[in-house]
Design a protein around this ligand. Structure first.
Ligand SMILES: Cc1ncc(COP(=O)(O)O)c(C=O)c1O
Ligand SMILES: [Zn+2]
Length: 386
């Protein structure tokens, strides 16, 4: 285990990794794990990675769990990178299919690592506000770990997510409000109830699990990063995690300086990052009256907003919003052309791709990655009757 400490992403204050930590004790911003990459690279090599089991834990040296501690795993990561058959047109389009993870979404990556660490550091009751998929993933990994899961979801979360959490033995509370209201309810009660807060970026290890998206992508692309990545952005952990992975990979000497242009895709009814990007703001104001069928994008205020905006600018990428009708239409187009029943969040990315191509923001022949972050099966209430 080569994590040396946690560092605040805003003020740089250092924190111990070996205690349960939430936000920076000075400024209240997210903490990120710092890995001693020189030490990790003694056993972690590009060619040995390929020989290990196909799970995100094959990058164990850059993940935060001591060697002698059992991990909480359901076989997450190692998902396929599929070449698009038709949808890409003249683009070299690839789809990273995260719906093949346990609980059918990329949220499994973050929860496998974060639940492993929370258990190791002594937490017994884990709480999370969730738009749906994060709740399902926490419920599964908490059950596997023998810990309690307390999940707060907006009442209009897709039914499949709610049922899934209950069947996995979690305590589920439905809230008349948005994910931010769910988070506020946890913050209000957690000290009294003894819950450890597993909210997006309010603990440091979900992003470590998500960074394996970046490691896998680099590996599957032959250690040369693509030209463009489109990512459906709610809280932004995947975007932040991948960017961290790219810096680590460069420090390991496994990739060069080339970075993809990173695009955040949001819903027209909830697009705080798009608004802030266009207004050249450093942080994003809370988006009023947030609504979209893509429940994972119904995040009106993200604590990592400044990190997301920074990545979009540094990478020469951007931010784009897609309306719900377009998501539904494009989901069917992807389904019939590629054979994947995708989540509406992912459909937003495919729609974003079309629009960026027609505006000339993406050129012919460029290598583009789109994430299918979750399965369409969880969203039957969105797709039925349309
Ligand atoms: C299917 C799906 N895609 C994308 C997202 C957004 O992910 P993030 O919060 O990491 O930006 C979510 C979050 O719930 C999701 O469930
Ligand atoms: Zn700080």
């Amino acid at each position: 285990m080569f994590v040396t400490h946690l560092e605040c992403s805003a003020c740089g204050r250092q924190h111990e990794w070996s205690r349960l930590q939430n936000l920076c004790l000075s400024c209240g911003k997210p903490l990120l794990a710092i890995v001693d990459l020189a030490a990790a690279s003694r056993t972690l090599k590009r060619d040995t990675v390929a020989t290990r089991e196909k799970s995100l834990w094959r990058y164990r040296e850059v993940l935060p769990l001591p060697d002698d501690v059992d991990l909480v795993s359901l076989g997450e990561g190692g998902t396929p990178l599929l070449r698009a058959q038709k949808f890409g047109g003249d683009i070299d389009l690839w789809i990273k299919d995260e719906s093949l993870n346990p609980t059918q979404s990329f949220k499994a990556r973050g929860m496998s690592v974060a639940v492993s660490m929370a258990k190791h550091l002594g937490a017994t009751k884990l709480a999370v506000p969730s738009a749906g998929n994060a709740g399902g993933a926490l419920a599964a990994y908490a059950a596997r770990a023998g810990l309690e899961a307390h999940i707060f979801m907006p009442r209009d979360t897709p039914r499949a997510n709610i049922i899934e959490c209950r069947e996995l033995g979690a305590h589920v509370t439905l809230i008349d409000g948005l994910i931010t209201d769910c988070g506020a309810e946890i913050a209000r009660r957690k000290a009294k109830e003894g819950w450890f807060d597993m909210s997006t970026l309010k603990e440091p290890y979900r992003v470590e699990g998500k960074k394996t998206l970046g490691y896998e992508l680099a590996e599957q692309c032959g250690w040369e990063l693509p030209d463009v990545i489109l990512y459906p952005t709610g809280g932004g952990t995947g975007l932040i995690g991948m960017w961290k992975a790219f810096d680590e990979l460069e420090a390991l000497g496994w990739i060069g300086t080339k970075r993809p242009r990173m695009f955040a895709v949001q819903a027209t009814g909830c697009a705080p990052i798009v608004r802030a990007f266009e207004a050249q703001e450093k942080t994003a104001a809370e988006f009023p009256d947030a609504h979209t069928i893509a429940s994972g994008l119904r995040v009106p205020k993200a604590i990592g907003d400044f990190l997301i905006l920074n990545i979009l600018r540094q990478s020469n990428g951007g931010a784009i919003a897609i309306d719900d009708e377009e998501m539904i239409r494009v989901a069917r187009e992807v389904g019939s052309s590629e054979g994947l029943f995708i989540a509406p969040e992912a459909a937003a990315c495919f729609a974003g791709l079309k629009s960026l191509r027609s505006e000339g923001e993406i050129g012919s022949g460029e290598r583009v990655i789109v994430f299918n972050t979750g399965s369409g099966i969880k969203y039957l209430d969105c797709y039925q009757d349309r």
